[in-house]
Design a binder for this molecule. Structure first.
Ligand SMILES: [Mn+2]
Length: 324
């Protein structure tokens, strides 16, 4: 039991652009003091951190219900009320009078667009930022249509989405420039993201840091490159873990015919992300599944820990998988 019997509010959200902008829209429309529960982008088991009691109000954003099914059930049994907004695979949605679920798993939707729908577009521009951040470019452009923004404004919102998203990448909070809860707090005063872009120093810090990380990555020559594949190995450093997610996308866009593997060194081996060629997006998951702690989809896959001793085997299998 908690010491105080006063019911509490919790805002539980993914630390990426979509999670931040989803909560920001909600709290602009409906201000509320709440304890913030968030983390790095990959840290999605956030509900387990809340010790929910009867009367508590939980708002959950942009983390899969499937990955949080157990603590969700526990919270409902305890008598808490839960509002849940998300676009990831949900598993079975519990039927409970205290659960209000807004789940939409359509591929062109992100959580901020679901919240935007609820709020009837009241803070649409933040939903546009989030959709850009989640790499849903055509959804972002479509959502921005009624706002009649010019190209420069749209490009700036795109950049803000990328920067907010970039801040969430890392193995642990120590890798990040800002704790996502602190970054959320800096959004607070801004109803209009264009003012955040012009007035908020945090935006400049993120933009410069992002550019610097990308520059460092650009200095690294591929470890192996053929006319079908390219393998990059980044050092065991915070900047590598930050830029890793975005780097794969950038390389893939630049060389749509190549399959890319980006390895980041860590104690005992490497974290691996694989992207199949953009022009033929198949086989990434199947390749990664050949290794312990590996898996993924057709277009993209990963291996959590590739031991040093398996590096050669991986590079050979990678070349075989993607050579004609
Ligand atoms: Mn999302």
């Amino acid at each position: 039991m908690r010491k105080s019997d006063m019911p509490k509010s919790y805002d539980i959200f993914n630390g990426d652009a979509d999670g931040l902008c989803a909560l920001h829209q909600l709290r602009l429309a409906e201000p509320r003091e709440a304890e913030l529960v968030t983390g790095v982008k990959r840290d999605i088991r956030l509900l387990a951190r809340v010790d929910a009691q009867a009367g508590d109000e939980l708002t959950v954003l942009d983390i899969s219900m499937k990955a949080n099914a157990e603590p969700l059930a526990r919270a409902l049994v305890s008598g808490a009320r839960v509002r849940y907004y998300d676009h990831h695979a949900s598993g079975e949605i519990p039927v409970h009078s205290a659960l209000e679920a807004h789940i939409d798993t359509s591929p062109e939707i992100c959580t901020s667009l679901i919240v935007d729908r609820e709020l009837k577009g009241a803070h649409r521009m933040w939903a546009v930022v989030a959709a850009f951040g989640d790499n849903l470019v055509s959804s972002a452009v479509a959502a921005a249509q009624p706002l009649a923004l010019d190209h420069t404004e749209l490009a700036r919102l795109h950049e803000l989405g990328d920067c907010l998203n970039y801040n969430a990448y890392g193995e642990t909070i120590d890798d990040l420039h800002y704790h996502p809860a602190d970054l959320y707090e800096t959004l607070g005063p801004y109803r209009d993201p264009r003012h955040f872009i012009f007035d908020e120093p945090v935006f400049n810090v993120l933009r410069n840091a992002f550019a610097e990380d990308l520059y460092r990555a650009g200095e690294i020559a591929p470890e192996r490159e053929t006319d079908a594949v390219a393998v990059y190995v980044l050092p065991d450093a915070a900047w590598s873990r930050r830029v890793n997610g975005v780097l794969g996308n950038r390389l893939a866009q630049k060389n749509p015919r190549l399959a890319h593997a980006v390895l980041v060194a860590k104690p005992g081996g490497y974290t691996v992300s694989v992207r199949a060629p953009v022009e033929q997006p198949r086989g990434a998951g199947a390749l990664c599944e050949q290794f312990d702690s590996g898996g993924g989809r057709e277009a993209a896959g990963g291996i959590n820990l590739l031991p040093d001793t398996e590096l050669r085997r991986f590079v050979t299998a990678f070349e075989q998988a993607f050579s004609a």
